[in-house]
Design a protein around this ligand. Structure first.
Ligand code: GLN
Ligand code: ZN
Length: 777
């Protein structure tokens, strides 16, 4: 190619395959249908396709080792020999069976979808948790106090050579040593994983020497923890690490990649590191461009992350070129690269696969493949001038102007309602103490009332019926009749075992966000836009493209049907605005808080309609409220402010007598307990069983006034807890809370469990509440 361009980088490409090839190969392998060699062959093909695609789209810094069979943090743990003894590794090459045992446990997969670790019957999997503020989950490495590290494999070298054999020169990607240790868990928790840095570094040094020997000239080292609040000690760890690495392989240049936020107070320490290049996220933190350029000097390579790796909107190429041109001309030749803001792992692969999307909406979007094109246009535009990429620039400008002007995006009615929000709409009629009395008089419940979180098992039959209906093989009428039968059976069974507050079971819901998104205006859904959530589990997040409103009631019919079957109260069941927001691709043309407020108004309408239909209790799930916390502490108050406001907005349209419940999965509430209290839900159910109720300390210390259902049954495990275990947990809860506050429920919804597990567990749970009532009289 004679065309000129600046170096262009994607930082990483989705690994799952355009048609989810990796998922099918993995799951086939786990089921024993696909041989290991065939799985590895699929993986090799996917890598080759990704490299070729990126080369053809004009990427010049093509990543390798961004591929993973399951998770890149797990890959790193295995590579450096951080393999807990339980997995039975005795040295040497780590077999795939051990890798997968660390990922999934050695037997079965009892995982629910809150993103937690679980225990299969054999060796449990490593814990799993969210990767920064994305919806990707990584396996948490475990390191011991006397941990020895050793290079068990050289996947980064192997993949570099694999690409080289295809004629493609790549820039290997490795997870940086400081981020690796900071994300690891110490077992026992008597020390800090980062204390092990000096022992880990020789392994990285060896890897770097091998990369250099294999012919790599650059390596991309990902250190996303640099976007977090760090201690002085942690910053010092960077100095130790990067000085050692620079010494070990002087010919291998390091592109230190930071993303998901600003370097801010870490910038000074980073600029002092002996690295040849620095990547910064200019989508999340555009304001850091000038300070970073200044701190890095004009000669070192600055990688400017200007294409959004976290969202799916077309970029404004003219604006980006205008902003970057002066920076480029102020720097030395060769000292600038153009890149995605972060690896493209978090966006779907190819917009062209979407054949059913609204044509206007489609013209506003850009998935990973399209983003490669945007990147290369910017690289060329900066090297040759905007005219060289006139067509791409004008096309983007036209799409952006059309989106801004589209009537599909703006709804004056919604905007009017938003403008009309007043303080009264954000507060219940009376304070909790008054509501409690009114509710207790209207809804007669025993001490320690029993309930569940909403869903019952989504059995094979339920999923089959749903997909038959989706394919047109099962009529709407028959599908409805089937769902009614399931719901009725669930109600009958709950009555039979003596639960106090019933649920309809959520059989009609595919997913707790999608189900609502599909019924709200302003949302769109894709056919193939999968992104990895963890391992072989991918999700298709809804796209919120316009002002959100609720044309019709969404859940009232199902609630009414369930309530018509029983004299016991049935809870209405809704997903909250913050959770819907956090699990979707969100508009970038208005603040997130604004979209959240719109969703809150829509959910408020539903809450009011449920009350009108006769619901006495309505649960608004906010599973993702805590996980939406910003990466930097100083941003928490702002987020919690609008998140709590949105919850109150949807919960406050009802009379005192209507009892509002909420549910949250992650329950480490110490640092946000005042926000939880400010939500002012009458009842909150939380996940506590595995913490042995210690998570309730925060509620006790805060003197939390409202009612609480601390989970007494770990739904992530197929194990059935017996009565004694649950009364034991409840006594621990009673030490921390007043009896009148306590509800009895499982940790979370039961949709991923089997009926054979759920039935005895809930029978025991009801019995445990009964025991407690006897002793508490
Ligand atoms: N009501 C939902 C359910 O029971 C809540 C799930 C969740 O919070 N993750 O499945
Ligand atoms: Zn939950």
């Amino acid at each position: 190619m004679s065309k000129q361009t600046l170096p262009v980088a994607s930082l990483g490409f989705p690994r799952i395959g355009r048609h989810r090839e990796l998922k099918f190969a993995l799951e086939g392998h786990w089921a024993g249908r696909i041989a290991e060699s065939d799985l590895l062959e699929t993986a090799r093909r996917l890598r080759a396709e990704n490299w070729a695609l990126q080369r053809d789209q004009g990427i010049t810094k093509i990543p390798s080792n961004d591929f993973s069979l399951y998770d890149h943090v797990l890959d790193t743990a295995v590579m450096v020999g951080a393999i807990p003894a339980a997995y039975g590794w005795t040295g040497g090459e780590v077999p795939l069976s051990i890798y997968f045992a660390m990922a999934r446990g050695s037997q079965g997969d009892g995982r629910a979808d809150c993103g937690h670790a679980h225990h299969a019957q054999g060796v449990p999997a490593l814990e799993m948790t969210k990767w920064f503020d994305t919806n990707y989950h990584y396996m948490v490495p475990e390191v011991g106090e006397d941990q020895a590290f050793t290079l068990t494999a050289q996947k980064p070298v192997d993949h570099f050579l694999e690409a080289k054999a295809l004629g493609i020169h790549t820039r290997p990607v490795v997870l940086g040593p400081v981020t690796f240790l900071k994300l690891s868990k110490a077992r026992p928790s008597t020390f800090k994983p980062l204390d092990l840095l000096a022992r880990l570094l020789p392994v990285y040094e060896e890897l770097f020497r091998r990369l250099e020997a294999a012919g790599a000239d650059w390596v991309q080292v990902d250190e996303p923890v640099l976007a977090l609040d760090l201690t002085e000690g942690e910053r010092h760890a960077f100095k130790l690490a990067y000085e050692a690495l620079a010494r070990s392989a002087p010919g291998l240049k390091v592109m230190l990649a930071t993303y998901f936020g600003a370097l801010a107070d870490n910038l000074e320490a980073v600029a002092a590191l002996p690295v040849a290049g620095l990547h910064v996220d200019l989508v999340r933190a555009p304001e850091q461009l000038e300070p970073v350029a200044k701190a890095m000097g004009a000669d070192r390579v600055l990688s400017l992350g200007v294409i959004d790796g976290r969202n799916i909107w077309k970029a404004d190429l003219a604006a980006i070129l205008g902003r970057l041109a002066p920076v480029v001309s102020a720097r030395a030749a060769g000292a600038v690269e153009v890149a995605a803001s972060c690896p493209l792992l978090h966006v779907p692969i190819d917009l062209e696969l979407e054949t059913a999307l609204d044509a206007d909406l489609k013209s506003w979007l850009s998935f990973a493949t399209q983003k490669l094109g945007e990147l290369s246009a910017i690289g060329r535009g900066l090297a040759e001038g905007e005219d060289a990429v006139r067509q791409a620039v004008d096309g983007a400008s036209r799409a952006i102007a059309a989106r801004a002007a589209s009537l599909k995006v703006t709804d004056p009615l919604v905007q009017g309602r938003i403008a009309g929000i007043d303080e009264g709409m954000k507060a219940r009629g009376s304070a909790f103490e008054t509501r409690r009395k009114v509710q207790a008089a209207a809804i007669r419940l025993p001490l320690f009332p029993t309930t569940t979180i909403g869903s019952f098992p989504q059995t094979g039959d339920v999923r089959k019926a749903r997909s038959a209906h989706a394919k047109g093989a099962l009529s709407y009428k028959d599908y409805e009749a089937f769902l009614q039968k399931e719901t009725e059976a669930a109600i009958r069974w709950q009555e039979e075992i003596g639960l106090d507050v019933l649920v309809h079971g959520e059989f009609e819901r595919n997913d707790m966000v999608q189900y609502f998104g599909e019924q709200l205006a302003g949302f769109a859904f894709t056919q193939h836009a999968w992104v990895q959530s963890y391992g072989s589990r991918y999700v298709r997040p809804p796209i919120i493209f316009g002002d959100v409103s609720r044309p019709n009631p969404m859940t009232v019919r199902w609630w009414q049907y369930a309530q018509s079957l029983t004299g016991k109260p049935v809870k209405g069941m809704l997903t909250g605005p913050v959770t819907i927001l956090n699990w979707s691709f969100v508009r970038d043309d208005i603040p997130r808080s604004e979209t959240c407020r719109q969703i809150a108004l829509a959910i408020r309408d539903e809450v009011v309609d449920l009350e009108k239909a006769g619901a006495k209790m309505i649960q608004i799930d906010e599973a993702a409220l805590r996980e939406g916390l910003p990466l930097r502490h100083r941003d928490w108050q702002h987020y919690l402010g609008w998140a709590v406001e949105c919850f109150r907005l949807c919960a406050s349209g009802v009379a005192d007598v209507t009892q509002i419940h909420t549910h949250m999965c992650y329950s480490e509430f110490n640092d946000i307990i005042s926000a939880i209290a400010a939500m002012d839900a009458d009842v909150i159910s939380i996940e506590t069983s595995r913490s042995k109720m210690e998570l309730l300390d925060a509620f006790r210390d805060f003197d939390y006034p409202n009612e609480i259902g601390p989970g007494v049954y770990d739904i992530h495990s197929p194990r059935v807890p017996d009565v004694g275990e649950m009364t034991g947990l409840l006594s621990l809860a009673r030490k921390r809370l007043h009896d009148r506050q306590l509800w009895v429920n499982p940790d979370c919804g039961l949709k991923t469990r089997k009926w054979d597990e759920v039935r005895p567990a809930l029978v025991n749970m009801v019995a445990a509440a009964g025991e407690l009532r006897k002793v508490a009289q």
